[in-house]
Design a protein around this ligand. Structure first.
Ligand SMILES: Nc1ncnc2c1ncn2[C@@H]1O[C@H](COP(=O)(O)OP(=O)(O)O)[C@@H](O)[C@H]1O
Ligand SMILES: [Mg+2]
Length: 287
């Protein structure tokens, strides 16, 4: 008789559990985060959108252990988050590469490896070299291993930053508007690349963006946050399956969902719709 070592309770354990999380910065008039509750399962790709100031970065930084909530609990694999950990890698909008290191050195220089420098064996070093080479190939950077960061385009620099984040095989990758500074064509390439990486590396990805199209194209779920106080407004299940191509961005059902989310962002942030704004302007002009 075979025994199943995985109990139903283990199966049900979310990768990230956010429970009643509040955050108020000193002297702030409202909560940056209010009553945040969300479970994120292992290997999910969840995207966060919402108006500027609704707490997306604060929430991401709290999951990363870079910020501490005022109350509530944040658990990863059922354990309380008590600071940054090697299981969670972060990628920001600005590439933050070390300018004095080559591409290859940047990729190999990661917290995970640094943490084990003391008792590193030669086979550890070989494994790290192999992993760095594989990541260079994955990111299409194999010809650039010896280049310096300032010799690379913005898209290439961000690919290096992602490779470096993946170097230590983190369970969770936290990305804060990572493609925000890239041009439209480069972003498209990065979208397909990051979806491929997600599939291959089986990481759980939490991805913040202000771009609804990006959020919908990448995410299995889109979490819409609203500001003042920063809170979760709506969680959308994205019904487009796993096989996505750029054409999806023009499909009627994609555009409809994009419109719904954009409308909801406008409603929750107190911004007027284009039409309302136009009416106000023309009304003011004729008054
Ligand atoms: N270090 C900080 N000190 C004080 N207030 C902050 C700090 N970081 C963020 N805030 C405030 O918290 C709110 C949420 O900010 P943020 O998480 O950066 O929003 P988003 O990333 O959605 O634009 C905003 O009102 C912002 O001004
Ligand atoms: Mg932000």
């Amino acid at each position: 008789m075979s025994t199943n070592p995985v109990s139903p309770a283990t199966l049900a354990l979310p990768k990230i559990a956010i429970r009643d999380v509040f955050k108020r910065f000193d002297g702030a008039p409202t909560n940056a985060l209010e009553n945040i509750n969300l479970d994120i399962q292992a290997n999910e790709f969840v995207t966060f959108v919402g108006a500027s100031g609704c707490g997306k970065s604060t929430l991401l930084r709290t999951i990363g252990g870079l910020e501490v909530q005022t109350s509530g609990e944040l658990l990863v694999d059922g354990k309380l988050v008590e600071g940054p950990g090697i299981d969670r890698a972060m990628v920001f909008q600005h590439y933050s590469l070390y300018p004095w290191m080559t591409v290859c050195q940047n990729i190999k220089f990661c917290r995970q490896l640094a943490a084990h420098t003391k008792d590193r064996t030669s086979s550890d070093v070989e494994a790290a070299d192999g992993r760095a080479d594989a990541l260079l190939r994955l990111m299409g950077l194999q010809a650039m291993g010896h280049a310096w960061p300032n010799q690379l385009s913005g898209g290439m620099q961000q690919r290096v930053a992602i490779a470096r984040a993946l170097m230590g095989r983190p369970d969770i990758v936290l990305m804060d508007e990572p493609f925000g500074a890239l041009d439209a064509q480069t972003r498209e390439v990065m979208h397909d690349l990051i979806r491929y990486v997600h599939k291959l590396e089986k990481a759980t990805i939490v991805f913040v963006t202000h771009d609804v199209e990006e959020a919908l194209y990448l995410g299995g779920r889109v979490v819409l946050m609203a500001p003042r106080p920063g809170r979760i407004d709506t969680v959308y299940d994205v019904p487009f399956g796993d096989q996505r191509t750029q054409d999806l961005k023009h499909a009627p059902e994609f555009l409809r969902l994009k419109r719904d989310i954009l409308d909801r962002i406008r409603e929750t942030s107190g911004m007027k719709t284009d039409l309302e704004q136009l009416q106000r302007m023309t009304g003011a002009a004729t008054a």
